[in-house]
Design a protein around this ligand. Structure first.
Ligand code: ZN
Length: 295
C-alpha cells in the first residue's frame, strides 16, 4: 500500500491462511488504514489477520497500530530493543514526545531480533539492524525474492533524516554502515518506507552516499535538516496553526530544542530560520499569522 509522507507505506504479506502487515501509517489516518485493510480482506475472505510488524517506532510507521489492533486483533511485533519500552508505555510515549508527535498506545506480543529470521506470510525475511535515522530501526530482507523492505534507511532518493546524529552524535557513522550493509545484500527490488518500489538499487545507493557525504561535511546543515523535517511533519499533521502555536511546539519538543542548542541558536531563532527555509522551498505558507502545509 503506497501511502504518502505522513503515513509510511504498508506491506501486506500472506500465505494461504494468514495475512501479516508491516507498518501501519500515522494515527490521524487510522480510518483510512482500517478501510484499506478491510477492502483487502473482502477480496481475500479466507485470510485471517495475524502479525503486525514495525520496522521502527516512528509515528508515521506505527501510529496506526492501535487502530489496526482494535479492529482486527493483530499481534504486534517490534524491534527487540523497543520491546521493553512498549511494554512500559510511558517510556515509549516519551520517545514520541521527544519528536513532538502523537502515537496511540498499542500492545506487543513478541520482538524482532536482529540476526534472526522471521516468517512473514510464507516468506522468510532476515532481520538486520539499520541505525542512523532511528537507533532501533530494522530492515527486512527476503533472500528468496531479493526483496528488501528498507523503511527509512534507503529511499529511491535519499533516506530519513539522521535524528541519531543530533541525539547521540552517531548518525553519520551508523547511516554509512547501514548503506554498506544494504550494498552487501543481493537485493533485486526495494520497497521503501516512502515512495514507490524501485529496482535501480545502485543508483539509489550512489545517491544516498552522496547525500550522506553532503550532510556529514556540515554537521550544522544536518542539524538544520533534522529541525526542518520535524517541524514540517508537525505542520503536515496539524494542517494549520498560528505562529504562537508553532513556537510553542518548538519549545515543547525536546529534539527541536536540542537542535537549537547544538546550533548555538535560541529556540526562537531556529524556529524563524526553519520557517523561512520551508517557505523558501514552498513547503509551507505563512499568511495572516497562520502557518499551513502546501499539499
Ligand atoms: Zn522514520
Amino acid at each position: 500500500m503506497e501511502r504518502g509522507w505522513l503515513s509510511a507505506n504498508q506491506i501486506y504479506v500472506h500465505d494461504h491462511a494468514f495475512v501479516d502487515v508491516i507498518d501501519s501509517g500515522f494515527c490521524f489516518h487510522g480510518q483510512q488504514t482500517i478501510q484499506l485493510f478491510q477492502s483487502f480482506l473482502e477480496q481475500h475472505p479466507s485470510l485471517k489477520p495475524r502479525y503486525l510488524l514495525n520496522t521502527h517506532l516512528h509515528s508515521d510507521h506505527c501510529g496506526g497500530n492501535r487502530a489496526l489492533q482494535d479492529t482486527f486483533q493483530f499481534s504486534c511485533l517490534v524491534p527487540e530493543s523497543e520491546f521493553a519500552s512498549v511494554k512500559n508505555w510511558p517510556i515509549a510515549k516519551q520517545s514520541f514526545d521527544d519528536l513532538g508527535q502523537p502515537c496511540p498506545k498499542f500492545t506487543v506480543v513478541d520482538s524482532l531480533r536482529i540476526g534472526s529470521t522471521v516468517q512473514i506470510g510464507s516468506i522468510d525475511f532476515e532481520i538486520h539492524g539499520t541505525p542512523g535515522h532511528h537507533p532501533h530501526s530494522i530492515l527486512l530482507f527476503a533472500p528468496s525474492l531479493g526483496l528488501l523492505i528498507s523503511a527509512d534507511a534507503l529511499w529511491e532518493k535519499g533516506f530519513g533524516a539522521l535524528f541519531s546524529e543530533v541525539s547521540h552524535q552517531t548518525g553519520f557513522q551508523e547511516q554509512r554502515a547501514t548503506l554498506q550493509l544494504i550494498e552487501s545484500l543481493p537485493v533485486k527490488v526495494v520497497v521503501p518506507g516512502h515512495g514507490s518500489p524501485f529496482v535501480n538499487i545502485q543508483s539509489a545507493l550512489e545517491d544516498a552516499y552522496s547525500r550522506l557525504d553532503y550532510l556529514e561535511s556540515s554537521p550544522q546543515r544536518n542539524t538544520h535538516h533534522v529541525a526542518q523535517v520535524l517541524f514540517q511533519f508537525m505542520v503536515m499533521f496539524t494542517e494549520t496553526l498560528s505562529l504562537e502555536e508553532g513556537l510553542k511546539w518548538c519549545f515543547n519538543t525536546p529534539l527541536f530544542r536540542l537542535s537549537a542548542d547544538q546550533l548555538g541558536l535560541s529556540v526562537e531563532e531556529l524556529f524563524s530560520q526553519t520557517l523561512e527555509y520551508l517557505q523558501s522551498k514552498q513547503n509551507l505558507t505563512l499568511s495572516h499569522g497562520k502557518i499551513q502545509y502546501r499539499w
